[in-house]
Design a protein around this ligand. Sequence first.
Ligand code: SAM
Length: 195
Amino acid sequence: MSIENELKKIEEYAKENHVPIMEKEGITFLTDYIQKHSIKTILEIGSAIGYSAIKMALLDPEIQVVTIERDEERYKEALKNRKIFHLEKQITLLYQDAFDVELNDQFDLIFIDAAKSQYVKFFEKFKKNLKKDGVIISDNLNFHGYTHQKERIQSKNLRQLVGKIRNYIQFLEENEEFETTFFDIGDGIGVSKRR
Ligand code: SAM
């Protein structure tokens, strides 16, 4: 099995089936961050078909990823993909709505990549699962460039969604417990650490 070929197949499947997976720049930032900071335990909200979880787990056999997905078809595809890479021991896939998941474990990294409208709630719910020196990384803060041009958006739904992402950015900027650094990389990434 060629790892590169199998990853390419997942990328192609995502494209053909309109599954949003992390952009190349964003995933490179994330995996570099994990390696640089020797991160070993990761909680991911939003597995989709397992692409980012697989990319993270492949970095080091000691890395453990718990990842949550509520869409059945995507979850099943993620199970298949995990098997292709023989990562059953490193990746735990939870088929659940993240808001119904109760975990007691503490993680080095929490990666939020699920419903954009719920980011504040995900952050508030899962921060208790973050180790003292852990980091919360959020993706899609530029939302395909829309975040900075909300007024020009025609669709009401899209405008509301962009408004929620802006709220999340404000929530991070004003957060007294966490300090966030924003990176204009991929689709916009926030890295939040306890103050
Ligand atoms: N992290 C993946 C990657 O880069 O390979 C992409 C994740 S995709 C952007 C977001 C996923 O989050 C979707 O598949 C969606 O079904 C899932 N999702 C959204 N809200 C969720 C929730 N409340 N609980 C669990 N999964 C959720």
